[in-house]
Design a binder for this molecule. Sequence first.
Ligand code: GAL
Length: 1000
Amino acid sequence: MALSRRTFSALAGSTALGFALGGSGGPGAPAAYAARSVPTGPAPAPPHADGQRHTIGHDHHSLLVDGRRLVVWSGELHPFRLPSPSLWRDVLEKMRAHGYNTVSIYVAWNYHSPAPGRYDFTGVRDLDLFLRTAAETGLYVILRPGPYINAEVDAGGFPGWLTATEGAARSTDPTYLGHVDEWLTAVNGIVRRHQYTDGAGSVLLYQIENEYDGHVADPTGPAYMSHLYRKVRADGIDVPLFHNDKGRNGYWIPGSFDTGGETGKWLYGFDGYPSPSQPPPDWGDFGIGGLKGGATASPRTPGFVPEFGGGWFDPWGGVEFGGKGYAESRRTRDAAYERRFYLTNLANGLTLHNVYMTFGGTTWGWLPAPVVYTSYDYGAAIDEARNVTPKIAPMHQLGHLLQRVPDFAKLDRAADVHVTGLKAYHLTNPDTQAHVYVLRNDGADEVTSTLRTAAGDDVELTVPAHDARLVTTGLSLGKRKLRYCTAQPMFVLTAGRYDVALFTGRYGEMAHLVLECPSEPFVQRLDAEAAWVYDQDVLHVTAPLGQGGLTRVLVQRGESDTPLLLLFADDATSLRLFPRDTPSGTVLVYGPALLRHAKVSGSVVQLTGDTVGPTGLEVWGPRGITSVTWNGQPVQTRVSLSESLVALADMPGAPRPAPPALTGWRRKTENPESAAGFDDSAWTVADKVTSFSTTAVPADRPVLFADDYGFHYGDVWYRGRVEGDLSDLESVSLSYSTGTQGMLMAWLDGEPLGSHRMPVPDAKTVRKGTWAATAELSVAELHLKKQARTQTERERRSHVLSVLVRRMQHDMDGGSLDTHKAARGLTAVSFKGASPKASWRIQGATAPDPVRGPMNNGGLYGERKGWHLPGFADGGWETAVLPRADQGMGVTWYRTGFRLSVSAGVDASVGLVLEDDPARAYRVQIFLNGWNLGQYVNDVGPQHTFVLPSGILRTRGENTLALAVLSDGTSEFGPGVVRLELLGSAAGGVPLASVDSPGR
Ligand code: GAL
């Protein structure tokens, strides 16, 4: 019999299996592993490195941390997409404050390994520091080090050097596994020091591989997974491991590969990126069930979605497959999308939930996969400039709820309910008898309908178009019981003498709350908008949401000595409410944009955080508190009727410092490599005849693929010595392969021969994953062909063909087909009308920057000579004023400096904006203080604003900006307008350390 999640729970009840007890070994776990029911109770305290041993187990409802139910409410962030370690803390603190208890990270092999056997975990690559920071912030970590990660990064995370090695990747090939083991040894050596099980840190779960389905074609797939599993265990990682099934395939459920006899420490997870235009799928308790049913594929492990799309990546602009910019992603996957999908996930029994991405960040340097541009903002809840966007509201509200209201960690499907016009889910907690209803509106019109609750109440409620609502009945609000509320609970907590419960909904809605009160309570509206009526043992409270901010109603006496404070908030107001537990008791803060820390010291509540606009401040806390400090400054307060401390005056917002205009530019053209007489004697001779690339080596011609000569990132130059009579030469064909948006420029004997750019991918080619083309460049216009040539010129039989290839990045290898090994650079050169002999030299990036890493630079002349570095002396360059309009093909550099003096205590986020007539075909590589912060393609877009991460950006000091401009000669070229823009400003922030940026 195939066990569905429901039949399993019916057979086994609430069966808790600590990882030592073999919970996921497939049906029929030994009877000796006695089932023990884990009752509903408080979640474990947020993790930190406490030196204690902890257990991480599970049953089919949820993870069990030290035997307590934990709903994992996680957000994805990639440390490699935020190259400023102090800012990791900023984003992690924002996540923690907004209801996340976990951060999920990829660790990209290519980011840490410049060469086989070399692993760099220093500076912006300091994984140890990241993991420490996460534990200090009180977030669990889900660690995902691949070896393959996909992630829209170069080669899906495989190092450039791996593209030139023997053996199929993502297989049991011994050469590949040898490299993989070396990587895992390096990364696990760090991770081992941060496991939650040892109390050494907060690493909770560990993923091997990524959406691996190679086993469908490769029967050794399970052996590959088994190898990874055992290797990770051999390295001393003892937290549960898992894999993210590419969809609802039932791939890699417990028992599907050999875990060396270990059971109960493997979880099944599946990824989901549903389309915003379709209703959310049921991928669990309400779905089709069985292996293809998502969570039902593994009835003994909790429902786990390691990646749920909280936005979407945006491709380069262009004709058919054009990226629209991340505002569009944030619009199509807005707060209502998130709410509708998360609530459906929750209803379907998913209690491990990671939102990909929560902070997308910047795919700087040559790290992006060809399919994406520099910004990886993703339309995520926290934008690339680190601003918290309104779409974080559903995450914030649900995150706090799942951590503070334990009923949600153990929900079973209950009797179906029908609510006209809405999709309805009904669940119940078997221990507390709380009932949970998710009511979803998949239509384009608002629906008002009536829910008949299990208690027999008819609840009228309205669900806006394409939105959803969570209704809870029978929930304990401290000492009292909620009959129902049309608004969603966000938390129930006890602060000092008070039980406090917050309910949230959309702006302008009227919340209707019904509280069981067998004897009449004393009720006070602390805000004028609320109304109440006591009738037949129940108290009805109505409160409009959002008008005037927070609405407070105080319920006293009646059944309990503990007063109950009911709070009502719309989304925006809810985002300014932060509950925080301290050793002295729970603190609730209302007002600021962000609460980072709360500490109770005697009678003083010490708060740190951010304000953006001027804001009030109200604090509830343990008994005996009398005063408040905010970022170290005392705040004058009064005591309110609910015994909160309320600031007498608004706290100031953040200044909005105006960045300076960029002036004082200096300019220099380069590409001396195009000149016939350029000395290339130190360049690498390109004379190999075999390659491990998946691209065929042309017969009888040398391998020209850049990776085979050790040049893995950025631009690459070729110089061909062409011997023979070119009198009848008609054209030169240059075959090349680059990834989307690649291009080349060629010169013959120093004269521009022409340029070519990779055709813009359409839906078909982009899926094929490789981009290769042949540039047919006519020589008709060259001096070589002109009548005016002298006899000597005519007889010259030695020529130089110089080619610059803007090689984009390596393809990803999502299909396990070694697609990352497609050639990059020139692939073949032939001549029409002549048959000269050509021999080649190649030059790409020189030795990798020891601090910024191998992906910072390609092989432009200026890069090889350090023109991008802050210490380069450009005094001899000509001065220039932007915008400009120039003609010609080649590479031109611009440099300038600017000074910022953002006040201490202000977190200003600054971007660089480039704008010009989109008809102009040129692109710009942007270097700030030597760091390659992105590529702007003027006639493609869609990105115009490049975030300059503080830390690399000296917000209090001098900065150097260098722009390397490539123009293909087909139009006038700029730069046009180049300016700095303030993208966000907060008073508060985190202490900012400068990122090391060597000048030379
Ligand atoms: C997933 C993959 C991620 C990322 C995402 C799209 O399938 O696991 O690495 O590529 O798609 O952004």
